[in-house]
Design a protein. Structure first.
Length: 499
C-alpha cells in the first residue's frame, strides 16, 4: 500500500516544515512494525520549494490470516483460498488507515512540540493514492471528498486490463487531492474515508469505534451530507453502533449550529448590549446566580454539563471553594475553545488538577459523572428535542444523582420584552422549544418527584411583574440519598445505548 503527501513552500516558509508536522525527519528513512506488516516513511523529495512524504505499508498476508484478520472468513466454499488471495497487500484500506494513525499519531492530533504554531496553519497539500478500492466508483469518491474543502478531487478509474478495454473498469481508482487544508484535517479525513471506500474492516468492530469515528470526524463529519453512509460503512454496517454514532453526530451538529463563532453560547438575544434598564448582560447575571446557588449548597465538586466554550468553568476556577470542576460537552470544537479560553496548556499544576474537560452526551448515562456535589445545566435543555428529555433526565437525575442540580432555561413569556426579537420567534435558531414558567415548573416538579429531589425556583434577570424574568432557574436538592430510583427505565438508554 502506498500513499504520498506533498506540499510546496518558499525560503520564508519552507516545504520541509512537513517533517516537523509529521514528526519524521526528511533526511531519514524510518520503519515501524505493525500487527500486520511494516510501515516505511521516507521522503522522495525534500527542498524548501517542494517536499513529499511517502508512507509505504508492506503487508504480510499470511500473518494477517493467522491472526484472524484477513478477508474471506465467511462460509463461502472458496473462503480458505480467499483469505490468502486478496488485495490486502496492494490497495489502500483500513490497514493503511491504522498505519496512518500509528505512524503519524501526533500529526493526526494536530500536535507539534518543536513548532506548535505549524499544525494550525493551512498548507497547499497534495495527497496521492495510486490504488484505492472504491465500492461505489468515482461518483462515490466525489460525494465523500468534494464537501471537505479540496480544490481538486481527481479520480481516475483503473481498468481491469488495459489490453482489453471492453472489460471495463475495476473497482479501484487512483485518487489525487489538492487544496489548502490543515494537515491534521487531511489525515483525519483519510483515516475515516479509506476504510469507508473499501467498505471493509480488517479487525473486529467494538463500541469504542464510535468514539474513534467522532474524534477523527471532529469539525467535518457532523455536517457532511453523507455522514449516514460514512458512519455505516466505517462501523461495518453495525446497526446499533451506527445509530449511536448518528445520534451523537446530530447532537454535535446542533451544538455547533448558528452559534459556533459566537462568544456566548447561552443564546439570549442582544445580551451584549448594555442599556440603562439592563446594564449587566444577562449571561453575566446568569453565571452570578449559578455561583450563588452553588455556594449556598456548599458544593465543592461541580459538573458543568453542556459547558460550551467554558465561561462558567472559568468563573468556577476563580473560587478556591470549588475544588474539582468538570466541564462536559458533546462538541469537541467547543471543548478545544474552552481549553484555549482556560489556557490549560499554561496552567500551573495545582490549578490544572482542579479542572477536567470531557466529551460526552447527556442522552446517555456516564459513570464519570457519578459522585459529584452539584451539576449545572445552563441553557442546555432547550437545545434538545422534547422526546429526548427523558434520556437526559435519567442520565442526570437517575444515574449521576448529584446532591444539587441547577437548570436554567429561557422564559418564553419574557420574549415580548426583547425589542429586537420578532414576534413568534425563539431566541436562537437552534432552540427546539422555549417554555413558559408554568411549563418549566411542571417539568421540573415531575423530575423532582420521580427522582427524590426538592425543587425551588429562582428568577434570573429583571423579574417583570407581568411576564416574569428572562431566565428561569430550578434548584434541585436531593432529599433521599439512599432511595433507589423508581423510574420505569424500560425505554431509557443506559451507558452506550442509543436513546
Amino acid at each position: 500500500m502506498f500513499l504520498t503527501i506533498s506540499t510546496t513552500g518558499s525560503p520564508e516558509r519552507p516545504a520541509t516544515d512537513l517533517g516537523y508536522l509529521l514528526h519524521k525527519h526528511p533526511e531519514k528513512t524510518q520503519a515501524f512494525s505493525t500487527s500486520h506488516g511494516t510501515a516505511h516513511v521516507f521522503y522522495p523529495e525534500a527542498t524548501a520549494e517542494r517536499c513529499t512524504a511517502a508512507l509505504l505499508l508492506e503487508v504480510d498476508p499470511v500473518a494477517l490470516v493467522r491472526r484472524g484478520q484477513g478477508k474471506g472468513r465467511g462460509g463461502a466454499p472458496d473462503a480458505a483460498l480467499a483469505q490468502y488471495v486478496n488485495d490486502r497487500p496492494y490497495a489502500a484500506s483500513s490497514l493503511l488507515a491504522v498505519a496512518l494513525s500509528g505512524v503519524f499519531r501526533s500529526a493526526l492530533k494536530g500536535q507539534c512540540v518543536a513548532r506548535p504554531e505549524l499544525p494550525e496553519e493551512q498548507r497547499a497539500l497534495r495527497v496521492e493514492i495510486p490504488a484505492l478500492p472504491a465500492r461505489g466508483g468515482a461518483e462515490l469518491v466525489h460525494r465523500l471528498f468534494d464537501p471537505l474543502g479540496w480544490d481538486i478531487v481527481d479520480v481516475e478509474p483503473v481498468p481491469l486490463d488495459e489490453r482489453f478495454p471492453e472489460w471495463g473498469d475495476s473497482r479501484y481508482v487512483r485518487l489525487v487531492l489538492e487544496g489548502e487544508l490543515r494537515l491534521a484535517d487531511a489525515l483525519r479525513q483519510l483515516y475515516v474515508l479509506l476504510p469507508v471506500l473499501d467498505d471493509a474492516k480488517h479487525y473486529w468492530i467494538a463500541p469504542d469505534e464510535v468514539d474513534k469515528l467522532l474524534r477523527a470526524g471532529d469539525g467535518w463529519l457532523a455536517t457532511h451530507p453523507e455522514n449516514g453512509l460514512i458512519s455505516s460503512r466505517y462501523l461495518a454496517r453495525h446497526k446499533r453502533l451506527t445509530q449511536d454514532a448518528l445520534e451523537r453526530l446530530e447532537l454535535v451538529r446542533l451544538a455547533e449550529a448558528d452559534g459556533s463563532e459566537v462568544e456566548e453560547l447561552d443564546n439570549a438575544v442582544d445580551e451584549t448590549r448594555d442599556t440603562e434598564e439592563r446594564p449587566v448582560p444577562l449571561a453575566v447575571q446568569r453565571r452570578e446566580a449559578i455561583l450563588a446557588a452553588l455556594r449556598a449548597a456548599g458544593a465543592a465538586r461541580v459538573l458543568d454539563l453542556g459547558c460550551g466554550q467554558g465561561q462558567l468553568v472559568q468563573a468556577l476556577l476563580k473560587e478556591v471553594s470549588f475544588t474539582e470542576i468538570v466541564g462536559m460537552d458533546v462538541s469537541m470544537r467547543a471543548l478545544n475553545l474552552a481549553a484555549k479560553r482556560l489556557r490549560l496548556e499554561r496552567m500551573g499544576e495545582r490549578q490544572s488538577s482542579r479542572v477536567r474537560l470531557l466529551q460526552g452526551s447527556l442522552a446517555y448515562t456516564d459513570k464519570r459523572l457519578a459522585g459529584y456535589d452539584a451539576a449545572v445545566l445552563s441553557e442546555v435543555i432547550e437545545h434538545l428535542d422534547v422526546e429526548r428529555l427523558p434520556a437526559l433526565e435519567y442520565a442526570v437525575f437517575g444515574s449521576a444523582r448529584p446532591r444539587t442540580v441547577l437548570v436554567t432555561t429561557p422564559n418564553v413569556e419574557y420574549n415580548v420584552r426583547w425589542e429586537t426579537l420578532p414576534a413568534g420567534h425563539v431566541r436562537h435558531g437552534d432552540h427546539r422549544f422555549e417554555w413558559t414558567r408554568e411549563e418549566f415548573r411542571a417539568w421540573a416538579d415531575g423530575v423532582a418527584n420521580r427522582h427524590g429531589y426538592d425543587v425551588a425556583y429562582v428568577p434570573v434577570g429583571d423579574d417583570d411583574p407581568e411576564v416574569g424574568p428572562p431566565t428561569q432557574m430550578a434548584v434541585f436538592t436531593q432529599t433521599d440519598t439512599t432511595a433507589a430510583d423508581t423510574t420505569d427505565t424500560t425505554d431509557t438508554p443506559k451507558e452506550g445505548e442509543a436513546a
